[in-house]
Design a protein around this ligand. Structure first.
Ligand code: PLP
Length: 467
């Protein structure tokens, strides 16, 4: 029996989700056990069907349960050996430059945010009050690891929104993902030589590992994220993954694979680099909790960024180091200063302390959901069954595949460019860089809904050889 508390600020569906999740993880609900139907459970608990359905959808999206057509939901296998997520979060308390400058009328680049989205007025207010409050501090060097106040806000945010359990002393404020990875690469270099990367996967981290002399081992990605069998066949001792929204394909790694990955790391002194870059932007259900939260004491280095929701121009990211790496971090970096300007750190801390960050996330989710929905509707109406969309429902881009169509990527991108459309080549995500049959990545964050509609319509005319 599940016990739900109407007076608890946690929504009922979330309480139910947490209780079922704990039972799955602890083995009380065994693999393939059938869950009560939505109607039966709603009656039993005297709650609405939507509440039960909401809990089931979350569990389904994260891989804790699966559905059988016309039969209902069942418990997924291999979920039982994790530390359950604590129910009440106890105090754990050159070349590119000309390209960028070129103006495209329809710019589908995946890293663009809505130009009007930066909260300039609030930021200015926070900046001004920061100047008054911290004037004295600005005449000195700041904490090399990042301002304590900002780290504390990030710690609380991560705990409540991403299920990341850490202490502020484990957080390092960095100037973007690559700098975060640069620190990690230094930290792990003496005992690790090879990094497994998702293929296709985010291309920019690869440059960091390469520059540090690591061998890069591409591991294929399927709907369950990084292929665990393929990973285990490599000799890599570090895996860089984007489990909550795989870049570029958008897959969510189900809990069974997450546990298998954690197990892989734990059994051989290996490390998982969890890049949780855009999990705030999920348009169906709640954001998928982090992998770190499944094993807070494990060998997981968690990487986050403010680039997707607030601004990539601020260059503020963070990493959460496992406690076991803190001494090495302090030894290696004790003579480094922080590369993130103190005024920016303190302004962000103020922005968070006044609740603007949470509100901003909600606003951005609403804004980007509208753009996302317009894009999906437009792809469907212009391409119909010729296009298969992956990665929808989250983030700032989708990938469109055209099964059975052999079009060349370079030619298509060039032709789109002649018509004022900028497309980011999907082949950049492949470790070999080789283009496959055409897949296009459509970032929608920086475009208006009208531009999205006109751009997709133009693309479909190019695709259907009508231009
Ligand atoms: C997979 C992934 N991780 C992280 C980031 C954020 O990078 P940064 O913090 O350097 O802006 C991005 C930005 O596009 C990304 O695509």
């Amino acid at each position: 029996m599940f016990i739900l508390n109407n007076n608890d600020p946690v929504p009922l569906y979330k309480q139910l989700y947490q209780q079922i999740r704990e039972r799955v993880l602890s083995g009380q609900l065994v693999a393939d056990a059938r869950l009560p139907s939505v109607r039966v459970l709603a009656n039993e608990l005297a709650i609405s069907r939507n509440t039960v359905d909401g809990a089931y959808q979350e569990l389904f999206a994260e891989g804790y349960i699966y559905s059988r057509p016309h039969s209902g939901y069942y418990v997924s296998a291999h979920c039982h050996d994790a530390t359950p997520f604590p129910p009440n979060l106890a105090p754990y308390r050159q070349k590119q430059l000309p390209e960028l400058q070129q103006h495209f009328q329809y710019d589908f680049h995946p890293a663009r945010l809505a130009p009007e989205s930066f909260p300039a007025i609030l930021w200015r207010k926070c900046f001004n009050s920061m100047l008054l409050e911290y004037r004295q501090v600005l005449s000195a060097y700041s904490d090399p690891q990042g301002e304590q106040e900002l780290r504390s806000h990030i710690q609380r945010y991560l705990e409540s929104s991403r299920g990341v359990l850490c202490q502020a002393e484990q957080i390092v404020i960095c100037a973007g993902l690559q700098q975060s990875l640069d620190i990690v690469a230094h930290l792990l270099r003496t005992s690790h030589a090879s990094v497994a990367v998702e293929n296709p996967g985010y291309h920019l981290p690869r440059a960091v590992f390469r520059n540090h002399g690591y061998e890069l081992v591409p591991v294929k990605v399927g709907p369950d994220g990084m292929d665990m069998t393929a990973l285990k066949a490599t000799s890599s001792t570090i895996a860089y993954v984007t489990p909550s929204h795989q870049l570029p394909l958008g897959y969510v790694m189900p809990v069974a694979q997450r546990l298998s990955l954690i197990d892989w790391a734990e059994t051989g002194g290996r490390y998982i680099l969890e890049d949780d870059y855009d999990s705030e932007l999920r348009y169906q259900g709640k954001p998928v909790p982090s992998l770190q939260g499944l094993r807070p004491g494990g060998n997981i280095i968690y990487l986050g960024s403010f680039s997707k929701v607030l601004s990539p121009a601020l260059r503020i990211s963070y990493l959460v180091l496992p406690k076991g790496l803190l001494a090495d971090y302090k030894r290696l970096f004790r003579d480094y200063f922080s590369t993130v300007p103190l005024p920016e750190q303190l302004t962000l801390a103020k922005f968070m302390s006044l609740g603007h960050w949470e509100r901003h996330i909600r606003r951005m989710r609403t804004l980007y959901k509208k753009k996302h929905d317009a894009l999906i509707a437009c792809i469907e109406s212009c391409f119909g069954s010729r296009a298969k969309i992956t990665g929808q429902g989250a983030g700032l881009h989708v990938v469109v595949q055209f099964p059975g169509v052999a079009l060349d990527e370079a030619g298509f991108i060039a032709k789109a460019g002649q018509h004022g459309i900028r497309l980011f080549p999907f082949s950049s995500f492949r470790v070999s860089g080789e283009p496959d049959p055409l897949q296009i990545m459509l970032g929608f964050g920086g475009m208006t809904i009208a531009e999205i509609e006109q751009g997709v319509e133009l693309l479909s005319r190019i695709f259907h050889d009508r231009l």
